[in-house]
Design a protein. Sequence first.
Length: 139
Amino acid sequence: MRSAVTVLLLCIPVLACAEGSTGQEFSFLSSFLQMMAALAIVVGLILVTWHFTGKLSKGIGGGRFAAKHIRLVETRYIAPKKSLLLVEVGGEYLLLSSSDDGLRLIKQIDMLEEIEVLDEPVTQAGGIVAWLKSVTANR
């Protein structure tokens, strides 16, 4: 931030010099410095806007570093526009269904260990890969 202000203050005399020149003279150095000063002003305005936007968002919703108490653990799609959601809220696990009607609580799960983990069914592509591995391993 300080460097942007310093560059701006150093370029003000160049801007004044460029304004005072006549239309017949053309100085590449003067135009280049004028362009760099304009770039410094634009970048400075972007940085100031970004700084104050970050401060504003921290005040409204807690910002980027707010504690997160809700976490989506897993989503399983059952059909188009229908899915099951496993959500952790404050250490408790909730199984929700999502459909066109909205969200509905199916079951509150006390501990994650109660969930029975099932292996994923092997897809056709996975079967071909497994077959190729077995063929190449036999050679």
